[in-house]
Design a binder for this molecule. Structure first.
Ligand SMILES: [Zn+2]
Length: 143
C-alpha cells in the first residue's frame, strides 16, 4: 500500500475538498434539473481519504478519493434543517499532463451500510462510510 505524500495531503486540504464536493453537488443538481429552493448545496464534508494502490494488471498506480458529505436544500437555509443523508463519492484521478478527475461513484449511503475499504481503513479513515456493495466502487480493494 502506497500512501499519498504529505504535500499532497496538505494540498488536498479540507477547504479544497469542500470546493470539490460543492462542484459535485452542483453537477448533480444540473443532472436532475434541480433549481432554486429545490437545489441541493453542500452541508459538510464528514470524511475524505486519498487512496493510492497498485493497478491490478498494469504497472501503474491508481489514485482515488473517497468522500462522505451531507447536503441541504437551499430552501432550508433559515431552518437549519439538514437532511441526515450521507453521500459517498469516489473520484478517480487520471494521470496526464493535467490532473483530471472522473467521478466513478456518487450515491447515498444508508445508516447500516458498511462496505469494506482497505484504502480508507489502512489510512486511518475507518469512519468513512461505503456502500454495502463493494463492487460499487473501484478503489480500496487492495490491502
Ligand atoms: Zn474508501
Amino acid at each position: 500500500m502506497m500512501k499519498c505524500s504529505k504535500s499532497q495531503i496538505i494540498e488536498r486540504s479540507h477547504a479544497r475538498m469542500r470546493l470539490l464536493a460543492q462542484a459535485l453537488v452542483d453537477k448533480d443538481n444540473e443532472d436532475h434539473k434541480l433549481m432554486g429552493d429545490l437545489a441541493y448545496e453542500l452541508n459538510d464534508v464528514l470524511h475524505y481519504q486519498c487512496i493510492s494502490e497498485p493497478h491490478s494488471t498494469i504497472l501503474k498506480t491508481s489514485r482515488y478519493y473517497h468522500l462522505n458529505f451531507t447536503m441541504k436544500t437551499k430552501g432550508d437555509d433559515d431552518s437549519e434543517c439538514v437532511t441526515g443523508d450521507i453521500f459517498f463519492v469516489e473520484i478517480k484521478l487520471m494521470e496526464g499532463e493535467y490532473e483530471e478527475m472522473a467521478v466513478t461513484r456518487f450515491c447515498m449511503v444508508k445508516p447500516n451500510d458498511n462496505g469494506h475499504c482497505y484504502g480508507c481503513t489502512n489510512n486511518g479513515s475507518a469512519g468513512l462510510k461505503h456502500p454495502n456493495n463493494s463492487y460499487a466502487y473501484l478503489g480500496g480493494h487492495v490491502n
